[in-house]
Ligand binder design. Structure first.
Ligand SMILES: [Zn+2]
Length: 362
């Protein structure tokens, strides 16, 4: 009897260990895009593979309600949390009045900075608020969507990350006027009413702290309006943000995301964009966790697709973590208090990356 009981206890303990280890595993998410061409059967197989590699959730770039409905249903079938990843402030084809005006007086839909798709909307415009509230509440209401995930929820980079200077042939030791927004009549008038300063008359607006804060507050107000509407309908909100926020996000893209009323934050801790090594992920994650003590921080990792040729890569968009750097990044994020990591992207992961991730998660 005694033997039987203790054997049962051992079996029970083993079963418990088998059940509890996946739950205790450090959570991994992945960013990926889908479109009308995506085969949903293939997507389901892909989700199943990612789940087997340790992913607990997916962030899927798509705002077409029918596609989101289907992809999120499949994600749930595979036991994955679904974040509807939606780029916000760089949309094309919206009313001309909604676009931001740069310091040179140019509208972003006609003169985008850096790249043609940088058609920046004005976060201070109430119609832009209405547009995103409607869009996000519609997507959040879909039955298998766990979070709407705000991306490009910011102004354009008034200073680019150090790793991008060579790509664009720029030395950004000061704010870049063509990417400095928004100087539309409404923003200028409201700022003057608040502070008495006519920002168009100031020789160097980048020296006016209140003006930087006004723009940070405009993004925060937009996020919090969206979050309030989504929360009222029972949904949740996550957001993809620049690292920091104080170290980078605030002065690069006007994101004071520690003031946002959201439920989960995904800082894009892409070390190669900042000419930093994989150990930097832990350092910056520590700042992020301390900045939002009540919010889960998911540390975003940028994966190098052609990792065997990383030395030849000049563009940071094609750079990223080598398999040999995965452990430092994942361990750094976990030790710093992150609630998980997110891969940009699972499909950039080589078999060697997956092996390294499995090792790092042990
Ligand atoms: Zn404006």
């Amino acid at each position: 009897m005694k033997f039987g009981k203790s054997l049962m206890a051992v079996v029970a303990a083993l079963a418990l260990a088998a059940c509890s280890s996946p739950k205790e595993q450090f959570p991994v998410y992945g960013w990926e895009g889908i479109n009308e061409e995506t085969d949903m059967t293939t997507l389901q197989e892909t989700f199943r593979f990612w789940k087997s590699q340790g992913l607990v959730g997916v962030c899927i770039n798509c705002d077409k309600p029918d596609l989101v409905r289907e992809a999120s249903r499949i994600a749930h079938e595979e036991g994955l949390e679904y974040h509807a990843w939606i780029p916000c402030m760089v949309r094309g084809g919206l009313p001309h009045e909604w676009y931001a005006v740069n310091r040179l007086g140019q509208k972003a839909d006609e003169h985008p900075a850096y790249v043609p798709y940088y058609t920046a909307l004005d976060p201070h415009n109430p119609e832009v608020h209405r547009y995103f509230i409607d869009k996000m509440t519609e997507i959040a209401a879909l039955p298998d969507v766990d979070y709407v995930q705000l991306d490009y929820i910011r102004y354009p980079d008034v200073i680019l990350s150090r790793g991008l200077w060579d790509k664009y042939g720029l030395v950004m030791d000061e704010e870049y006027a063509p990417a400095d927004y928004c100087y539309c009549d409404d923003c200028v008038a409201e700022f003057k009413a608040l502070t008495g300063i006519d920002i168009r008359e100031v020789e160097d607006p980048s020296k006016v702290k209140e003006w930087a804060q006004f723009r940070c507050d405009a993004v925060t107000a937009l996020v919090n309006d969206i979050a309030k509407a989504v929360h009222e309908k029972g949904g949740k909100v996550s957001a993809d943000v620049f690292p920091g926020p104080a170290s980078y996000a605030e002065w690069m893209v006007r994101q004071q995301w520690d003031k946002w009323d959201i439920d989960m934050v995904f800082p894009m801790n892409y070390n190669d964009f900042y000419l930093e090594d994989a150990f930097w992920v832990g350092k910056i994650t520590a700042e992020e966790v301390a900045s939002v003590p009540a919010m889960p921080v998911i540390s975003g990792l940028f994966i190098c697709p052609d990792w065997q040729n990383k030395e030849k890569v000049i563009d940071p968009e094609n750079s990223g973590l080598l398999p040999s750097e995965i452990a430092a990044a994942v361990k750094g994020a976990r030790d710093a208090g992150a609630a998980g990591v997110c891969l940009f992207t699972p499909s950039r992961m080589a078999p060697e990356h997956w092996d390294a991730l499995r090792e790092a998660l042990k």
